[in-house]
Design a protein around this ligand. Sequence first.
Ligand SMILES: [Zn+2]
Length: 186
Amino acid sequence: MASRKLDWRDGRLDKIIAVGIASRSHDLCDALVALKYANEAAAYPAMLQAVQRMARHLNMRYRWRAEQQLAAMSKRVLDYWLSDHCRACGGVGHQHVEGAPARHHRVCGVCLGTGRRERPWLGRKLPPRLGEQASDAAQAARRKRVVDIMIERKRHDQLLEQLDRAERDVASALTWAVRGRHTGRS
Ligand SMILES: [Zn+2]
């Protein structure tokens, strides 16, 4: 294992790792905690590398044969993950009604309650339908492009899902570590 890139303040990170985040590398945990929880922008390059490793893993596991796209895909997914709040509701999932009690808040019409903004890779438009006079070759080429775009969307979603899962692992390990400390367990 490469030397640790970050010294987590009070050794808590060692505890997180001791809790056993199966299949997650030390580098990923370090970078994720520093970037998302401690807001240390300097951890971005390490986090990007960790996401690229995740992408390479998926690429092998699902035989994507997408080596050329992994770097750009990783950056797109990481940047979204870092700032995924729905702009309309600020990430809470419902719209604040001025002066009304909380129960009168309406589900956000933009994110439909998820609190997340639209994933940017879904914004890529599908090619327009062709007229009946279009050749078979042109129709086939269009179909292939549609499939390529759908596959690309799915892969971005899979990588985001991995990242979300890593975050959940780290968050629950953190909760565990903090609780352990409060009750005096080591
Ligand atoms: Zn919203």
